[in-house]
Design a protein around this ligand. Structure first.
Ligand SMILES: O=C(O)C(=O)C[C@]1(C(=O)O)C=C[C@@H](O)C=C1
Length: 90
C-alpha cells in the first residue's frame, strides 16, 4: 500500500523533528538549571508552569489537539527538567 508507506514516511519525519526540538529545549533548560543552581533558586516554578499550561492548552485547542493530552505531555517534559535541575543542585 503506497499510501501507508507515504504516511509512515511523514510520521518518521515528524518523529525526527520532535526529537530535534526536544533536544534543543533540553539544551535551554540545562542552562536554566545551571543559572538556578548558581543563584540558589528552587528547581520548580509552579507559577511559570501554570502560565505555560494555560498557553499550551489554548494552542492545542486551536490546533484541534486534545488540551488534556497537551497538558500531560508538557508535564511529562517538565517533570524530567525538574529532575535535571535537582541533579545540578547536588
Ligand atoms: O522556566 C523555568 O524556570 C524552568 O526551570 C523551565 C521549566 C520548563 O521546562 O519549561 C521547568 C521547570 C519549572 O517549574 C518551569 C519551567
Amino acid at each position: 500500500m503506497a499510501e501507508l508507506l507515504e504516511l509512515r514516511g511523514s510520521i518518521d519525519n515528524i518523529d525526527a523533528a520532535l526529537v530535534h526540538l526536544l533536544a534543543e529545549r533540553f539544551k535551554c533548560t540545562q542552562k536554566v538549571g545551571r543559572l538556578k543552581a548558581e543563584h540558589r533558586l528552587p528547581p520548580a516554578d509552579p507559577s511559570r508552569e501554570k502560565v505555560q499550561i494555560e498557553r499550551l492548552r489554548a494552542l492545542a485547542a486551536d490546533a484541534r489537539l486534545d488540551p488534556d493530552f497537551a497538558e500531560k505531555f508538557l508535564n511529562f517534559i517538565i517533570t524530567e527538567v525538574i529532575r535535571h535541575h535537582e541533579a545540578l543542585r547536588q
